[in-house]
Ligand binder design. Sequence first.
Ligand SMILES: Cc1ncc(COP(=O)(O)O)c(C=O)c1O
Length: 397
Amino acid sequence: MPPLSDRTRLIASATRRGSGRRPVNPPIERASTMLSDDPALMQDSRPGPVYGLDGGSAARELRAALADLEGASETFLVPSGLAAVTVPLSALLRPGDEIVATDALYGPSRRFLTRHMAERGVVTRFHPAQASTADIMALCNERTRVLLMESPASLTFEMADVPAMVQECRTRGVLTVLDNTWAAGLAFRPLAHGVDVSVQAVTKYVAGHSDILMGSIAVNAPAIGRAIQDTIEDMGWHVSPDDAWLALRGLRTMPLRLEAQFGSALRIAEWLQGRPEVERVLFPPLPGSVGHDLWRRDFEGGAALMGVVMKGGDRSAAHALMRTLSLFGMGYSWGGFESLITYETPQLSRRLHAPGLPGQLLRLHIGLEDPVDLIADLEKGLEAWRAQQDSNLQPPA
Ligand SMILES: Cc1ncc(COP(=O)(O)O)c(C=O)c1O
């Protein structure tokens, strides 16, 4: 039989579990305290965990299913996507070490480097999001321990040439960490491309219903796994069994949701690209978009988060567009079943290397609604944008 697809494997892992009459889904075991039958067995973890820190059966099943998806020997769970970035960096970096990272990192990951890690003697060298591999490697020196990538990058969607970076880092003894939240472990396989640590915010597509926060960290090297486990224990991180159960429920249907959302997103991106109000759409699967060549070469699918750079305009026009939409919620986050919009220009000013966008930037997440309805809604939003622009251009009476 040929190897099973992700879609099949993510479901088969539920029906293959255990033996005898049993529920499809694992129980939710809310527990801090675990009881033993015999004092001699109290410290023996062979019959099961001695304390509730590991999140119980649901968390164990989720870890196993994510490890299978990521092609990892081990996957760890942490309470948020941000913690999935900060834990490996805390585990791998010591005072005096250096890290190289894209300037276009997810804002809180960037702040972790410039505040928390800097205060602990770790120096970050940020590279412009579209720097060449040679220019990025030129920032490495004998103290560089980690290269942190995020691809596509937050808000501006630049892609990293991951295989080239991995190859260069290997020759220098630099470890690679990739925030793969956009691809959700499905559309891109970091570990298969040689990345040392693949992280994602389970909060987004895995959970898929905008109701929990969680992160996962996938590795293959036992030494890195041990360092991450130690850090999780030292920090006292724990995920709740209820959240693990919801994430596992989300994971079973993630491939279908992503396929539908990606299909709609591509259709909407193409439509937006043809609109006179739009300067450019930042969506690597779209031909002509930033990062398209790398996406075509390395990715097996896509997601539904994109940037839309408007032709000029100002904040009032962006706000008029957003207020007019009835099907896009205004909310920070993405990866759920619902369409969302955010206005992003203020966040870009925090970067060292300005991305040089010519107009206002909106971020769209495309949900599971009918794309025909979403396009009709966006059409009304663009009308409001034009009306606001026109009124801004009127001379005062
Ligand atoms: C690329 C990326 N990584 C990590 C995170 C953090 O996820 P969480 O909100 O679960 O901390 C986010 C959240 O928006 C994100 O966009």
